[in-house]
Design a protein around this ligand. Structure first.
Ligand code: ZN
Length: 200
C-alpha cells in the first residue's frame, strides 16, 4: 500500500484545505479514509466520476456501472462516492494499466444496448503540465504531494471523453457445478467441468 511519511500527510492535508469547491472537498474527505491517502490516481478517479455524472446526467442516488482500466487507486472513488462496488457488480476492473474508465447508467428493462462514456487521462493534454506528464509517463519519480495540486488546478482540462455503446450482458440462470477434480462447488460460465482453480 501507500507509505507516506508524516510530512507528506501534513503537506497533503494543507493542499486539501486549499480546495475551494465544497462538493469536491467533501468527495476528497470521503475518499481519504477509505483509500488511506489522497493519491494522484484517487483524485483522477474523483474527477472522472464527476465528468461521467455530468455527461450522462446521473441523478442523485442513481446507479452507475463502471469499468476501470487499472486496478490501482482509481477504482476506489467509484466505490465510496458512487456505490459502484466489486461486490454489487457496479465495478469491473479490466486491468489494462490504462488511466481510463467507462461509465454507464442502468439500462431500462428489455434494452440491451446503452450509451456510456469512456474517459481517459489524455497525454496530448497532460503535455501542457510537464510535471503531471512526467508522472503519467513515469519518466520522473514524483510524489503525490507534487501531482495532486497540478490535478486540482487543471481540473477537467487533462481529460478526453467520448460516448460509447455498451452492451448490457444478458442475465442467465446461475448453474452450480461440482468440480470433477477438487469436489468443490463453483458457478459454471460455459459447460466446464473443472473449477477455475483446477483449470490452471
Ligand atoms: Zn476444482
Amino acid at each position: 500500500m501507500h507509505k507516506n511519511s508524516q510530512l507528506e500527510k501534513e503537506t497533503m492535508e494543507a493542499i486539501i484545505k486549499q480546495v475551494k469547491d465544497p462538493e469536491l472537498l467533501s468527495q476528497i474527505e470521503k475518499v481519504v479514509p477509505f483509500h488511506g491517502f489522497l493519491t494522484s490516481g484517487a483524485l483522477i478517479g474523483i474527477q472522472m466520476l464527476n465528468i461521467a455524472r455530468r455527461v450522462l446526467d446521473v441523478q442523485e442516488g442513481e446507479r452507475i456501472y463502471v469499468t476501470c482500466e487499472t486496478k490501482s487507486c482509481m477504482p476506489d472513488p467509484f466505490q465510496i462516492l458512487a456505490g459502484a462496488t466489486i461486490g454489487n457488480n457496479g465495478l469491473k476492473i479490466l486491468n489494462l494499466g490504462k488511466m481510463a474508465v467507462t461509465v454507464n447508467k442502468q439500462a431500462p428493462e428489455g434494452v440491451n444496448n446503452i450509451k456510456g462514456v469512456r474517459i481517459l487521462l489524455d497525454p496530448e493534454k497532460t503535455k501542457n503540465y510537464p510535471k503531471l506528464h512526467a508522472w503519467f509517463l513515469n519518466t520522473e519519480k514524483l510524489p503525490h504531494v507534487e501531482i495532486v495540486p497540478i490535478l486540482l488546478d487543471a481540473g477537467e482540462k487533462v481529460y478526453s471523453w467520448k460516448l460509447v455503446d455498451i452492451e448490457v450482458p444478458v442475465r442467465r440462470k446461475k448453474r452450480i457445478q461440482c468440480c470433477k477434480n477438487c469436489g468443490e462447488m463453483f458457478i459454471q460460465h460455459d459447460n466446464e467441468l473443472l473449477c477455475g482453480g483446477c483449470t490452471e
